[in-house]
Design a binder for this molecule. Structure first.
Ligand code: SF4
Ligand code: SF4
Ligand code: F3S
Length: 382
């Protein structure tokens, strides 16, 4: 095993291959607070990439209600239980990663879902948890003790992919130009070690073609400078497709670097597993912090506080307003005079949005009708 640097753990770790971190890494940022689980992203992806034979139950993008939703069934609780205790000390991960805990002769500690585990993607949907104590309802308003939230899930295009580590055919590779992780379908022989190894369960086996498939990061769009299908279909405007610089060289003008490394408001999913996943989440502000710390590691409370105070941070607020504002990937951004702007790699402006949308208040009473004739009226829904 090689020693590689995993910035999310705050330490080095063992990995079967030398690190091959790209200069710019495909990433997606998700603002969990805005998701309504409409599944527009899921359908946009499915309609584009997984409508064929053998792909009937395949969702490269899925939205699950936490804490009870899973696709496939039990994906995260199973791997957390397998790994055992996961402690952090002063921002450094003190436990073992899935690579370090691998059984003798294997590269990754993993488990294999049953076929039927893929058949219930809406399991646990809209199911809250907590104490439903009706007598305390008013006392706890506006945050009742019941909670749930939606988690947006795609392949994380990990810096240290478990699927790559486990494949005996070396049929999965990470593109050097943008870090997108792809299955070479010609090389794949259907060994399914990748399915067992990926803790996020984002490689999927096609029973018709007998080879594995996975989210391709919409690379044909990325190559044209466009954001992914799941991003552009998102009604909540909570996704941003972007690129991360190397972690020791973050550029505050670049949107993903700003959110992940400068403000540290967007956090990785289960960083303790050791894959350095490259999808980042702004945590939901209404959920108990201990639960969120298990999912997103240290820094949850700080991220929540920052989100709650975003109104006082024009750069952050402006960047959040740029989410979902254009299909094009913007390389840099700035905020000035109440306007947030995104620029392409040549510094040309491609999008501009007001940081605060104008509000128009209609008068409560009106004195003319639509034809301009005198009446006395009253608006009920002003
Ligand atoms: Fe591979 Fe899974 Fe990481 Fe995607 S999320 S790169 S499938 S290990
Ligand atoms: Fe699907 Fe593309 Fe989104 Fe991946 S990036 S989940 S392939 S729409
Ligand atoms: Fe390798 Fe997975 Fe195919 S382990 S051979 S990519 S099914």
């Amino acid at each position: 095993m090689a020693k590689v640097d995993n910035w999310q753990l705050g330490r080095e770790m063992d990995y079967p291959y030398e690190g091959a971190r790209p200069e710019k890494q495909f990433t997606m940022i998700m603002d969990t607070n805005k998701c309504i689980a409409c599944q527009s992203c899921t359908i946009a992806c499915k309609g584009t990439w997984t409508w064929g034979k053998g792909q009937e139950y395949m969702l490269w993008n899925n939205i699950e209600t936490k804490p009870y939703g899973y696709y496939p069934t039990g994906w995260d609780v199973n791997v957390l239980e397998l790994l055992g205790e996961q402690q952090w000390q002063d921002g450094v991960y003190a436990g073992e990663t899935l690579f370090e805990a691998a059984p003798d002769g294997e590269q990754v500690l993993g488990w294999t879902p049953d076929e039927e585990d893929w058949n219930h993607p809406n399991l646990g949907e809209d199911e809250p948890t907590g104490d439903a104590d009706a007598t305390r309802y008013l006392e706890d308003t506006p945050h009742s003790m019941m909670w749930m939230y939606y988690l947006q899930r795609i392949c994380n295009h990990c810096t240290y992919p478990a699927c790559v580590a486990a494949c005996p055919r070396q049929a999965i590779y990470k593109r050097p130009e943008d870090g997108i992780v792809l299955v070479d379908q010609e090389r794949c022989r259907g060994y399914q070690e990748c399915l067992t190894a990926c803790p996020y369960k984002k490689t999927m086996f096609n029973l018709e073609t007998r080879v594995s498939e996975k989210c391709i990061g919409c690379y044909p769009k990325i190559e044209q400078g466009l954001q992914t299908q799941c991003t552009t279909a998102c009604i909540g405007r909570l996704r941003l497709t972007n690129f991360l610089s190397k972690p020791d060289r973050p550029d505050p003008r670049k949107p993903a670097d700003f959110l992940v490394h400068i403000r540290k408001i967007a956090l990785p999913l289960y960083p303790q597993l050791g894959l350095e996943p490259n999808v980042y989440y702004i945590p939901p502000v209404h959920v108990p912090v201990p639960h969120l710390e298990q999912l997103f590691g240290p820094g949850v409370q700080e991220a929540i506080d920052m989100y709650r105070n975003a109104k006082d941070d024009p750069d952050l607020l402006g960047l959040l307003m740029l989410f979902g504002s254009t299909e094009r990937i913007f390389d840099t951004f700035d905020v000035a005079d109440g306007v947030a702007r995104g620029y392409d790699e040549n510094g040309e402006e491609i999008v501009a949005v007001p940081v605060r949308e104008p509000t128009f208040v209609r008068p409560l009473e009106f004195t003319t009708d639509v034809k301009g004739e005198a009446v006395t009226g009253y608006r009920h829904n002003t």
